[in-house]
Design a protein around this ligand. Structure first.
Ligand code: PLP
Length: 411
């Protein structure tokens, strides 16, 4: 860092300010985490310099024998962690992992059945503003109005009616477990591929605290930077049957040279997730999220589905008469970073929304316990209800955060 400070003080200050921002507040964005110093070291390494188009042992450049070891380690560790037949660790992000899955299994114009964005799905599950909605014929399923849970009867009915080539399960904002066996059964009934997009819950799957999609899905896509606590990036697990197609779809079809520094960092992350402590971390993420959701419920912020089985909770703010956008702003003023979120059957547009999405990956990495999350829930509720008390709430938020630092302080 001393070198960066001498070379480019302006950018060094940006890095310090970002560290300071996260240190001074509470990070409750469900898709973020604090990766380990070992992962950061791999990311900041000379492996970023190496071109390595292709796969270990079959590259289109010379001098790849060392970086081959990094990728081989990442693949070997991921296979062990997830019990997958095949792994591709090259996707630059969850979006490019999904793009490769579509490219491997479908042709433009094919029909896909996926969860609606407005009910918790992702842009890559058929939004018109994304390749998925533009190049494929996407039919959407949602959650039931009464229970806010996935409606497997509706999924089956739609599958029988539209005969999709691929069914996607997985979401960006669904707090409950997904019945992979039910999805597999429906996919088999109509002869569709099953893609499980585990971008959010892959860490929980790695920790063994939620059921794995691997035995059921043909392809499992994921991100590495959320609950898995690694570098920003993506990955794919799949059966041997589709392995060659997936690899070709990643490179050369949708990507160029792999980011070898990021792949090294993914290998470090898989190594960390293989340690027994990681299961404890995952169990704590869920316990913390339940404590947070229960507290918010007591404070009049109803958790969608009345709770959570994962690291994230969605809350319905309509009881407080505050929009998601306004609540996000009020929390930010008190040093609490979280996302506004549409909730199922939301009467407001996505820029406004009636809900918030909160998650516990960051605060759990910081060492917080369920009792801390009770306090966090009260602080969130007070920040939403009493915008004038933002300064006072912010002081307590800063103190709580200071007592649980993700990174050692070195200025
Ligand atoms: N799929 C789901 C379900 C997600 O939640 C996300 C990200 O939030 C993605 C895919 C895309 O990941 P990325 O932002 O790395 O492209």
């Amino acid at each position: 860092f001393g070198m960066l400070r001498r070379n480019d003080p302006e950018m060094a200050q940006v890095l310090l300010d970002e560290l300071e921002r996260t240190r001074g507040g509470l990070q409750l964005i469900a898709s973020e985490n604090f990766t380990s110093p070992a992962v950061l070291a791999a990311l900041g390494s000379a492996l970023t310099n190496k071109y390595a188009e292709g796969y270990p042992g079959h590259r289109y450049h010379g001098g790849c024998e060392v970086v081959d070891r990094a990728e081989a380690l990442a693949v070997e560790r991921a296979k062990l962690l997830f019990g997958a037949e095949h792994v591709n660790v090259q996707p630059y992000s969850g979006t490019t992992a999904n793009l490769a899955a579509y490219a491997a299994l479908l042709r433009p114009g094919d029909t896909v059945l996926a969860m609606a964005l407005s009910h918790g799905g992702h842009l890559t599950h058929g939004s018109r503003s994304n390749f998925s909605g533009r190049w494929f014929d996407v039919v959407s399923y949602g959650v039931r109005r009464d229970t806010e849970l996935l409606d497997y009867d509706e999924v089956r009915d739609l599958a029988l009616r539209y005969r999709p080539k691929m069914i996607i399960c997985g979401a960006a904002a669904y707090p409950r477990l997904i019945d992979f066996a039910a999805f597999r059964g429906i996919a088999d009934e109509v002869g569709a591929w099953l893609l499980a997009d585990m971008a959010h819950t892959i860490g929980l799957m790695a920790g063994g605290v939620i059921p794995s999609a691997v035995p059921y899905a043909d392809v499992v896509t994921f991100t590495t930077h959320k609950s898995l606590r690694g570098p920003r990036g993506g990955g794919i697990l799949c059966t041997s049957e589709v392995a060659a197609r997936i690899d070709r779809a990643v490179f050369p079809f949708t990507q160029g040279g792999p980011l070898m520094h990021a792949i090294a960092a993914k290998a470090v992350m898989f190594g960390e997730a293989l340690r027994p402590e990681f299961a404890g971390y995952c169990a704590k993420m869920i316990a913390n999220c339940r404590a947070l959701a229960d507290t918010l419920a007591e404070e009049g912020m109803r958790p969608v589905t009345d709770g959570t089985d994962t690291h994230l909770a969605l809350v319905d703010l309509r009881g407080l008469g505050v929009s998601g956008a306004e609540a996000e702003r009020r929390c930010a003023a008190a040093g609490i970073t979280l996302d506004r979120s549409v909730i199922p059957y939301d009467p407001e547009p996505p820029t406004v929304t009636s809900g918030l999405r909160l998650g516990t990956p960051c605060v759990t990495t910081q060492g917080m316990e369920p009792s801390d999350l009770v306090e966090v829930g009260r602080l969130v509720a007070r920040a939403v209800r009493e915008p004038r008390a933002a300064g006072e709430i912010g002081e307590r938020v800063a103190a709580l955060s200071a007592a649980h630092q993700a990174y050692p302080c070195r200025r």
